[in-house]
Design a protein. Structure first.
Length: 130
């Protein structure tokens, strides 16, 4: 196939026809994570900061399952149903990342799966040693 599937029970299981992540060479492409509790598969909260924090925790679980860490994230995509929550993304992101920061995009969307307020995906390069 040319790539490997990454799977962990520490992050929400896929709720569709996709893998949590796939590895192709040194690159790992994580599917979008929404703020689901991995144990219950329910949204952790209606509160934006709590949702953003859970998304980063879910990403961390998949990144670690791939053998990586946040210092190897080269690209972060953020999808928000309300761009007014973007300062919270920066605040919580600072708890998980240190400089140099990855490239990032932020996109306002009308809706996300399960009524989530935020979804994020990342590209990880396991060849980066930071």
């Amino acid at each position: 196939m040319g790539w490997d599937v990454i799977q962990t029970d520490r992050a929400p299981r896929a709720i569709g026809t996709y893998s949590q992540a796939v590895r192709a060479g040194s690159l790992v492409f994580l599917s979008g994570q929404i703020p689901l509790d991995p144990a219950t598969m329910a949204l952790v909260s209606d509160e934006p900061r709590a949702q953003i924090l859970q998304v980063f925790r879910n990403l961390q679980a998949v990144i670690e399952a791939a053998g990586g860490h946040f210092g190897q994230v080269v690209k972060l995509a953020v999808f928000l149903t309300d761009l007014a929550h973007f300062p919270l993304v920066n605040e919580v992101m600072a708890e998980f990342f240190t400089a140099p920061y990855p490239a990032r995009s932020a996109i306002g969307v009308a809706a996300l799966p399960r009524g989530a307020l935020v979804e994020m995906d990342v590209i990880l390069d396991l060849g980066v040693h930071s």
